[in-house]
Design a protein around this ligand. Structure first.
Ligand SMILES: Cc1cc2nc3c(=O)[nH]c(=O)nc-3n(C[C@H](O)[C@H](O)[C@H](O)COP(=O)(O)OP(=O)(O)OC[C@H]3O[C@@H](n4cnc5c(N)ncnc54)[C@H](O)[C@@H]3O)c2cc1C
Length: 499
């Protein structure tokens, strides 16, 4: 039995904790927040429940396998989602990729030729990626891992061809081959997923929006709570409100962590939290990492963060449903001048599109009786307006209010008179996300998705090993594009590594 300390009770830390405890190890998870979950969590305000991080996930085959392995799958009420897409050109809730294509062709009849060329290339990516809807091989060991790799091995020639063609190309570069840069279609397609993400995953990102978009009916917090409870039942020790302030090393190996000068000894330490903090802040002996590697870590670009508005509405779910139709809506409304890289554009929030999610339409228990809730969300430029006011509290408040008003106005196009129904309102900025999870700049999904700004050479690899012996990465930061699947893959790899 090994003594293992895990920093962070996000989905990565909780999964690793459960799997390692199941193997009979002594495991302690330190979580700085008062609740487990990290980005897979939620909170209540005035009787309304809101998600504090991810609202949905894809790659359900991997996630369901992991929850079955841990034995909690039946306890979590996963539900599938369909998203409505609205703009001045289209309005539909496609059931699948071909429905989506029909919707776009109908909205842009004069662009048929360009759309034909674009979709014929995108189809190749969609169908190839669609063949790989089994759990990731990382979630298996031994012979089963080899079996899980068969679809990848069989698709390898096609994948390699695609990778050669598009591996280093961004989604905007790909879309620009077919549509002029200021056209609506360029803006629409280059807006899918993360900005300038790998062109290769554009097709699968689009397809999973129709075929594999899931959430948890009782809220993400219930998922984290179930994992936390199971971990405790397995004999694990979950310490909440514990901020690990140091990773302690001896002779080049991790031997423990400390919290307010109290030292906890360990055979292994797993950082299931932010990568940059792990090495640039927590590690006690920076000499264990070369100066060049420290510079690389400091310079590495992280994924974009979000701005989210939380609204409690004095409106029934039925009324709200008349406007939204389904709980989740993407309202495409990019205005001229929209630029996700322009941190100095004070009007950014008047130009961006907005996603609307009503958790109470999915589950009425998420709002007080007769009321409803709504979350408005958009991706934001890094360090918008001198990082939200340059540390000035008053300026921060004003910028937050301005961004909130802009998104509410935008949502009011779909929900007339929205403002009059608001009885609770607040918002999370990237600084809020950072404050609650310690993810650098509020990074929402590990490192940058841009293939030209990679931290890891191979975007699909799971990198749990570190220059420090017995210190592993068990969070989404072990993979370039993180996400829930990245966190799970890291947790499994850590579990396999520790015998
Ligand atoms: C708005 C939004 C939308 C998203 N959408 C999707 C999606 O559609 N699909 C998808 O797959 N992913 C999505 N993601 C990303 C996904 O939620 C995350 O990648 C994943 O949940 C990360 O899990 P994790 O365990 O690696 O890290 P985290 O959830 O960040 O957990 C890390 C934990 O460590 C704790 N911690 C940090 N430092 C310390 C310390 N020193 N001591 C103690 N505790 C510490 C933090 O408090 C936190 O609880 C989204 C994220 C956001 C924010």
């Amino acid at each position: 039995m090994k003594n293992i300390l895990i920093i962070g009770a996000g989905i990565g830390g909780l999964t690793a904790g459960n799997l390692l405890a199941m193997k009979g190890h002594k495991v302690t998870i330190f979580e700085t927040h008062s609740m487990p979950g990290g980005y897979t969590a939620g909170f209540y305000r005035k009787g309304y429940y809101f998600e504090s991080g991810t609202l949905s996930f894809e790659a359900s085959a991997s996630i369901f396998k992991a929850m079955k392995d841990i034995g909690v799958f039946e306890q979590i009420d996963f539900v599938k989602h369909r998203m409505r897409f609205v703009s001045e050109y289209f309005d539909g809730t496609p059931e699948n990729y071909s429905d989506y294509k029909k919707m776009i062709y109908t909205g842009f009849p004069s662009d048929k030729e360009k759309l034909d060329m674009f979709f014929s290339e995108l189809d190749k990516m969609v169908y190839l990626m669609g063949e790989m809807d089994e759990p990731m091989p990382f979630l298996y060991s031994g012979l089963n891992m080899l079996k899980a790799m068969i679809p990848y091995i069989l698709s390898a020639p096609k994948l390699m061809k695609l990778s050669k063609q598009y591996g280093n190309m961004t989604s905007s570069e790909f879309v620009a081959r077919y549509f002029e840069k200021d056209s609506k279609l360029f803006k629409l397609f280059s807006r899918i997923g993360y900005p300038d993400m790998p062109a290769m995953i554009l097709g699968s990102a689009l397809m999973t929006m129709f075929t594999d978009l899931w959430t948890v009916k009782s809220g993400m917090q219930s998922w984290a709570d179930i994992l936390a409870e199971n971990f405790r039942k397995l004999g694990g020790n979950l310490l909440l409100n514990f901020y690990v302030d140091k990773i302690i090393t001896k002779n080049g190996a991790a031997v423990g962590v400390s919290y307010k000068n109290t030292v906890y000894n360990a055979d292994y330490v797993i950082s299931a939290s932010d990568y940059k903090n792990t090495f640039l802040k927590l590690l006690d002996n920076k000499n264990l990492i070369s100066q060049a590697a420290q510079n690389d870590i400091a310079k590495a670009v992280v994924s974009e963060s979000f701005f989210t508005v939380y609204l409690g509405l004095n409106m029934t779910n039925e009324e709200l449903g008349k406007y939204l139709k389904v709980p989740s809506v993407f309202a495409f409304n990019n205005q001229p001048g929209y630029d996700i890289y322009n941190a100095e554009d004070g009007e950014f929030f008047n130009k961006t599109s907005v996603s609307l999610w009503s958790l109470s339409m999915e589950n009425p228990n998420h709002a007080p009786e007769g009321k409803s809730s709504l979350m408005l969300q958009t991706m934001v430029p890094y360090h918008w307006m001198n990082n939200w006011g340059g540390g000035n509290k008053e300026a921060y408040g004003q910028l937050k209010e301005k961004a909130m008003e802009a998104l509410i106005d935008s949502a009011a196009r779909l929900i007339p008179g929205l403002k009059e129904y608001i009885e609770y309102k607040d918002a999370a900025t990237p600084l809020t996300y950072e404050r609650f999870t310690h993810n650098t700049d509020g990074a929402s999904s590990a490192w940058s998705w841009n293939p030209k700004k990679r931290f890891y050479k191979n975007a699909m690899s799971v990198n749990i090993e570190t220059p420090v012996k017995n210190l592993y990465i068990g969070s989404c930061w072990a993979m370039q594009i993180g996400g829930v699947p990245g966190a799970l893959a890291a947790a499994y790899q850590c579990t396999k590594k520790i015998k």
